[in-house]
Design a protein around this ligand. Structure first.
Ligand code: SF4
Length: 742
């Protein structure tokens, strides 16, 4: 029962991409109840099991409350002064002796759910000046970012399915009933999918597994893992062959349709049917249904990115949206218009620069750079391989590559060989156990929150800022200050340098650019006057306030503070050509790098014909109560029966001699794990499935709950040498494995 001592606060959940509004009841400095905020303009009360655990994270006794420094081989509690002194003592000499590329950076997924991370990581990177930047993006989403950048002009311009108005949705490699959606932001994906069915529409799920999403769909089309690109190309072929191409309202805004027609010519449904495990009639029917629907959208996610042709598959998702006239129309695949100034709202409304991909290659294997990053699949070899440019130090921010990188066993060994590891993290986990210095950010409830990233892909234009629920704990410094002090240390300015130097320089540079930008609302203004308007705020809130003011709605942070349930900016509206930033100012339907890669796709079809029957392959799976690797220390999310199981089709189990509830030994080129067996016909014969993010049984970890529910690390089996060539994204979908009773 609520008591007079209770206070209620409203907050956007920062844990996944769905951006749900939460209602928190606070008593005596603790969260006593968490519910969905029924007045939230976007989520209307929806909440998932993870959203209820923010208070648990805040109270977790294993959450580190202060920095740690390794002394005599052991990590020990330290003061902030000691921690930064250690960084300032050890980091600059490595840069001086070996050059800037000797320091690698890994940014984990939670960095994107965090205002300080989004705004200040880039300042740290600029200060380090390294080409060895890695992130979770090259684990599972870089192909989509590349295809979007090539077609629409920026890596954040993703066409998202307009779920609330569509009548036909084709989902590939996505399981939003478990993931709550990704690169397509909406609370309550399950309810929105049910809404499509309720309106008489159709939802078709293409997936190797009969996922929970597939179970609730109109139709599940099982596919051989890793063959989405071939399927989609055959659907494109069908559209052209049957005269079903109709670009609708964007016809004058798209170039190179004829090039795509030529590329698809060799991919008749009969050519790819056996490879994909989908008969030609079904492929044709899917293409016809898509073309005939009053409004339709194709959406592909992790499963389509984590494969050998991830970029081609991601590109073809949007090619289908374009060819069926569904790009940029209500009910189709649309573009959000975020409130904070973004790459596709700022600057000139049309002509942009070429996508920043392939400007350099990794030192050892020659994997391609994209958007300033190298694929994480090559991080281990960059650490292991001697020579100029060898990585000798690593800075991680909210990342756990020891679990999330492909062939993570190799990376774990490589991490142990580094001269210096600095981690910004509040858990002593599988990666930070290698740290020499751990710098601990505040609890998620002690920082302000605004989803700068995810409103870029939202299915409705909204803006919602959450002020910190709790003050910083005694002695705690803010995350932007941690990142700024790291940046200053990297520049050799010592441990005592004032982080305000970085903050003031950052906002000063933004304002200076805006007053000379003819497209900015601040154009022609006096720099100091603008800065005065933004004062007395500092840190991420000041930058956010600025970004809101230069955004398309010219909001302010004060306006958002007056609206604790968010500001509703309306349904998505057509944005072409204004949102485009390609060199041509058009939708570039056949970008040259993708066109060049289609030859490899063609060869894959011929190769599969020659090889005949393949062996067992491993796919991953999403779990509603799991958030990659980092929320397994919350009891309510891990209790109950073991969820880290190897799912096996009963027919395969009989053939191999596996028993339900027994143990299986799973081996790949890179490693071996032993996992409990779960027999289910949800996976097709020939396919086995393990969830990712587990494997908390390593020495030196201090997460008691996670260690009591360790599971096994599926990335020990993922091959770091198998990548999508265009993006360098690891192949996690369709790993060849051998399975035997353990
Ligand atoms: S769906 Fe995502 S944003 Fe919503 S409550 Fe769950 S974890 Fe939080």
């Amino acid at each position: 029962m609520p008591s007079p001592a209770d206070t209620t606060v409203f907050r956007t959940c920062p844990l996944c991409e769905a951006t749900c509004g939460l209602e928190l009841t606070i008593r005596d400095g603790a969260v006593t109840r968490t519910r969905g905020d029924k007045d939230d303009v976007f989520s209307r009360g929806f909440i998932c099991p993870k959203g209820t655990t923010l208070g648990h994270l805040h109270d977790d006794p294993d959450r580190l409350r202060g920095p740690m420094v390794r002394r005599d081989g052991e990590l020990r509690a330290a003061t902030w002064e000691e921690a930064f002194a250690e960084v300032a003592r050890r980091l600059p000499p490595i840069i001086e002796r070996h050059g800037r590329d000797a320091v690698a950076v890994y940014l984990g997924n939670p960095s994107v759910h965090n205002l300080s991370g989004l705004l200040y990581n880039r300042l740290l990177l600029r200060a380090l000046g390294t080409r060895n930047l890695f992130s979770a993006s090259t684990v599972d989403q870089r192909p989509k970012e590349i295809s979007s950048a090539l077609m629409f002009g920026t890596m954040v311009t993703h066409a998202v399915p307009d779920l609330d108005r569509t009548s036909y949705l084709l989902l590939l490699g996505a399981n939003p009933f478990e993931s709550n959606g990704s690169l397509a932001t909406a609370p309550d994906w399950p309810g929105r999918l049910r809404g499509i069915l309720g309106r008489g529409g159709r939802v078709v799920v293409v997936d190797p597994k009969r996922t929970r999403t597939a179970e609730h769909a109109s139709e599940h089309v099982p596919i051989r893992p890793g063959t989405d690109a071939q399927l989609l190309m055959a659907m494109v072929h069908t559209l052209f062959a049957e005269g079903l191409v109709d670009l609708g309202a964007v016809a004058e805004l798209v170039v190179d349709v004829d090039v795509v027609e030529g590329l698809a010519r060799d991919f008749a449904p009969e050519t790819v049917a056996s490879l994909c495990g989908i008969d030609a009639a079904t492929i044709r029917r899917l293409a016809r249904e898509l073309a005939a629907a009053p409004a339709a959208a194709v959406y592909g996610r992790v499963g389509t990115c984590t494969q050998e042709f991830g970029t081609i598959a991601s590109w073809l998702v949007d090619v289908l949206n374009v060819l069926t006239g569904n790009l940029d129309r209500p009910g189709g695949a649309m573009l959000a218009k975020p409130a904070a100034g973004a790459p596709n709202t700022l600057g000139a409304p049309r002509y942009g620069r070429p996508a920043r991909i392939g400007r350099w290659r990794s030192r050892v294997r020659g994997l391609p750079e994209s958007f300033g990053e190298l694929p994480v699949a090559c991080l281990a070899e960059e650490i292991e391989t001697p020579g100029d440019g060898q990585v000798r130090a690593l800075v991680t921010v909210a990342g756990n590559p020891a679990l999330s990188a492909p062939n993570s066993g190799r990376l774990q060994r490589a991490l142990a060989s580094l001269e210096l590891v600095v981690c910004v993290d509040f858990y002593l986990n599988e990666t930070t156990r290698h740290a020499d210095v751990i710098l601990t950010p505040p609890s998620p409830l002690a920082r302000g929150h605004y989803d700068l990233a995810f409103y870029l892909f939202a299915m409705r234009n909204v803006a919602n800022y959450s002020a910190p629920v709790f003050p910083l704990e005694p002695g705690q410094i803010d995350e932007w200050q941690i990142l700024s002090k790291l940046a200053l240390a990297a520049q050799g300015l010592g441990a005592d340098a004032d982080p305000a130097l970085v903050d003031d320089a950052a906002i000063g540079a933004l304002v200076e650019r805006s007053v000379v930008d003819p497209h900015s609302p601040f154009h022609g203004r006096n720099r100091d006057d603008v800065l005065a308007e933004l004062s007395p705020r500092t840190g991420p809130e000041r930058i956010l306030d600025f970004m809101l003011r230069v955004g398309p709605y010219q909001l302010t942070l004060d306006t958002l503070l007056e609206h604790p349930h968010g500001v509703d900016l309306g349904p998505l509206e057509p944005r072409l050509p204004e949102a485009l930033r390609t060199p041509s100012g058009m939708v570039e339907l056949a970008p040259e790098p993708v066109v060049a890669d289609v030859e490899r796709l063609r060869a894959s079809v011929a190769r599969a014909r020659d090889q005949g029957e393949a062996g067992l392959v491993l796919v991953g799976r999403r779990q509603l109560r799991s958030n990659n690797s980092w929320m397994h220390n919350v009891v309510t999310l891990v209790k109950g029966k073991t969820r880290c199981t190897l799912q096996v089709n009963p027919a395969d189990a009989v053939r191999i001699g596996l028993q339900d509830g027994g143990s299986a030994r799973i081996s790949s080129r890179t490693g071996t794990v032993v996992a409990p067996i779960e027999l289910t016909d949800a996976v097709a014969p020939g396919v086995v499935s393990l969830p990712h993010g587990w494997g908390h049984d390593l020495p030196g970890v201090a997460m008691a709950v996670a260690q009591a529910h360790p599971g096994v690390n599926s990335n020990l089996l993922a091959d770091d040498e198998r990548c999508d060539e265009l993006s360098g994204n690891a192949v996690l979908n369709g790993i060849p494995v051998q399975v035997a009773p353990a």
